[in-house]
Structures are given as structure tokens and as C-alpha cells.
Design a protein around this ligand. Structure first.
Ligand code: HEC
Length: 152
């Protein structure tokens, strides 16, 4: 009986730990942004688009803020400060090199968001593939890029 109880508790604990790491789709819709279809782009097609910033801010608050910090304005959250993602690119003034750096940055962003971060079987971030529409993913990135860190 005791063993059963312990097993049941272990299952419950494991289930609640997993539940914390489930990707929940934001309810905001990418209305007004050019639709992108199913095939993921390799580059952000919305960069600098103010509408994408507004939609991305809402989607970020619903889907990413609980781990990455409210409004992408703090690095006190457990997960990394996403404003630092393109930090190295921002330092490159040569236009061509900068564009190449941003392409790499976009590829990394898309890959990470789609696959999540599962390290030795532990889900640090759940995969968003099939949960988050790519329109919203790129809008979120556009929003994050609109938030400057102030420390370049
Ligand atoms: C359950 C918590 C959680 C949620 C929700 C979450 N993340 Fe993460 N994310 C993490 C953690 C933890 C890491 C760091 C993983 C590691 O490197 O070990 C991370 C890493 C990342 C990285 C890579 C950062 C880097 O510096 O390499 C990106 C990009 C990212 N997350 C984007 C997002 C986006 C976009 C959302 C919302 C759609 C999101 N995350 C939602 C926990 C989360």
C-alpha cells in the first residue's frame, strides 16, 4: 500500500513538473500581418514592422514572459534575456556582414523556438513547433528586437 502511494505521488509530481513545461499557444491572432504559410522562413520577414511589434508584444506576454521575463524588459527571469540574442550583430557596422549575422541569428531563433531546448532529456524550454504559428514567432522576435537593452 505504502509503495503504491509513493508511486502515485511520484507520478503526480512528474506530471506537474511536465505540465509547467508545456507550450501553450497564445490566443492573439496575427491578423494584419502578411501570412507566411506552413513552410518556415529562414529570415524574419517582419523586421521593423510596427504592427508586428504590437502583435508580438501580446504573443510574447502570453507565451514567453512567464520564463523570459515580463515585456522582455528584465533579465531577472530564470530563462535568458532574449534581447541579447542579436547583441553581436548589433556591433557589426558593415552592412553585408551585419546582414549575414542577422541571417544566422534568425536561423538560430527559428530552430530554437521550433525545437525547444531539451538537454539530456530535461525540457528547459518546450518545443513550439505545431503550437506557435510562424507569423507569431517572427512577430515575437520583432517585438524583442524593438526592446533595446541600453548596454550595447
Ligand atoms: C517553460 C519556460 C519557457 C518558456 C515558456 C519559453 N522559454 Fe525560451 N527558454 C527557456 C529556457 C530555460 C531557455 C534556456 C535553455 C538553455 O539554454 O538551457 C530558453 C531559451 C530560449 C532561446 C535561446 C536563447 C539563447 O540565448 O540561446 C530562445 C530564442 C527562446 N528561448 C525563445 C522563446 C520564445 C520566443 C518563447 C515564447 C514563444 C519562449 N522561449 C518560451 C524557457 C522557456
Amino acid at each position: 500500500m505504502k509503495k503504491l502511494l509513493v508511486t502515485a505521488m511520484a507520478v503526480l509530481l512528474a506530471a506537474s513538473a511536465l505540465a509547467d513545461e508545456v507550450a501553450v499557444a497564445p490566443t492573439v491572432l496575427p491578423d494584419g500581418l502578411p501570412p507566411l504559410g506552413e513552410t518556415w522562413r529562414s529570415e524574419n520577414p517582419y523586421r521593423g514592422n510596427p504592427e508586428a511589434v504590437a502583435i508580438g508584444q501580446k504573443a510574447y506576454s502570453q507565451a514567453c514572459a512567464r520564463c523570459h521575463g515580463a515585456d522582455a524588459s528584465t533579465n531577472a527571469a530564470p530563462a535568458p534575456d532574449l534581447r541579447n540574442l542579436n547583441r553581436f550583430c548589433r556591433r557589426i557596422s558593415d552592412a553585408e556582414l551585419n546582414a549575414a549575422c542577422m541571417r544566422d541569428n534568425d536561423a538560430y531563433f527559428a530552430k530554437t523556438v521550433r525545437n525547444g531546448k531539451v538537454i539530456v532529456g530535461v525540457t528547459h524550454m518546450p518545443p513550439w513547433q505545431g503550437v506557435l504559428k510562424q507569423e507569431l514567432a517572427w512577430a515575437i522576435q520583432t517585438f524583442i528586437e524593438s526592446r533595446k537593452t541600453g548596454r550595447e
